[in-house]
Design a protein around this ligand. Structure first.
Ligand code: FE
Ligand code: FE
Ligand code: ZN
Length: 277
């Protein structure tokens, strides 16, 4: 079963997101839990959520991959920035429980010159304050391109965060194809080797979702500029191999490519046609 979708605007609520996903030919999707720049989240409309849950069941949607705002920095040097990150994540996870059992993906932060080790400790420390044994949501660390002082530029760095999190069973990883490529993992000529490295460093059981993007830049560019599927340096053949890799079957595949609706319809249809399974 292929679960595939794209980012969808959350501004009109859950049912609208579900309907929009169906329009795109999708059976999962990603959405920002609040404005990507942060700020206050819309309160949940329970009737809207109920309508969405029914629709999602009827159409056998896969797990949703919600995305935290970009500005949330869990390992900022400034205490008030970290406090704000904690507040946002706590509130996001509370609201995620209206749609139980889905994924909440976030960028593990920028250490802004404090060094990777200090950043890892801060992000893990914040997770230890926010995660609860009762939550049904799995929180995903996203693999990052290694732009600036971003954490998550290597599988080992993500592992270092997970090592310090107490409730590991509430944690997972989202692999972004553009980001790992930009970080220097050659998924074009050695996908098996990259997944092997992931398995050795983190464990494939932690891999819960895929962000499928082509890249505007060559291997190890550390840039993070997404390109349309098949139009970048990764290319369609390599992305189709990711889509069909036996170790990655059943994971929600989310497109974050620079597209309008029509572009997403095309990419979703293309990738469905390339999925053998
Ligand atoms: Fe992301
Ligand atoms: Fe991503
Ligand atoms: Zn990106």
């Amino acid at each position: 079963m292929l679960y595939i979708g794209s980012h969808i605007s959350a501004s009109k609520g859950y049912e609208a997101m579900g309907k929009q996903a169906l329009k795109l030919g999708a059976n999962t999707f990603a959405f920002f839990t609040r404005n990507p720049r942060g700020g206050k989240a819309k309160e949940i409309d329970e009737a809207d959520v109920q309508r969405f849950l029914a629709l999602s069941k009827e159409h056998s949607f896969g797990k949703l991959v919600a995305h935290a705002p970009y500005t949330m920095n869990t390992c900022a040097a400034k205490e008030d920035v970290r406090a704000f990150a904690k507040e946002m994540m706590t509130d996001d996870l509370r609201r995620m429980e209206y749609t139980p059992g889905n994924y909440y993906n976030f960028h593990p932060g920028s250490h802004v010159g404090q060094g990777s080790e200090a950043g890892v400790a801060l992000t893990a420390g914040l997770l230890n304050e926010v995660l609860t044994p009762e939550q049904s949501t799995t929180v995903l660390l996203e693999t990052m391109a290694g732009k600036g002082t971003e954490l998550g530029r290597s599988f080992e760095e993500l592992r270092a965060i997970l090592d310090q999190v107490d409730l590991k069973e509430k944690m997972g990883v989202c692999l972004d194809t553009c980001h790992v490529w930009d970080a220097g993992y050659d998924i074009v000529t050695d996908l098996d080797g990259v997944l092997d490295a992931f398995d050795k460093a983190i464990g494939l059981s932690f891999l819960k979702a895929i962000h499928m993007n082509d890249s505007m830049n060559p291997l190890a560019a550390h840039k993070d500029r997404h390109e349309k599927i098949g139009e970048g340096h990764i290319g369609l053949k390599a992305l189709a191999q990711v889509l069909n890799h036996p170790a990655l079957q059943g994971l929600p595949v989310i497109l974050e490519t620079p597209n309008d609706d029509e572009g997403y319809v095309k990419e979703i249809a293309l990738l469905k046609s390339l999925h053998k399974g």
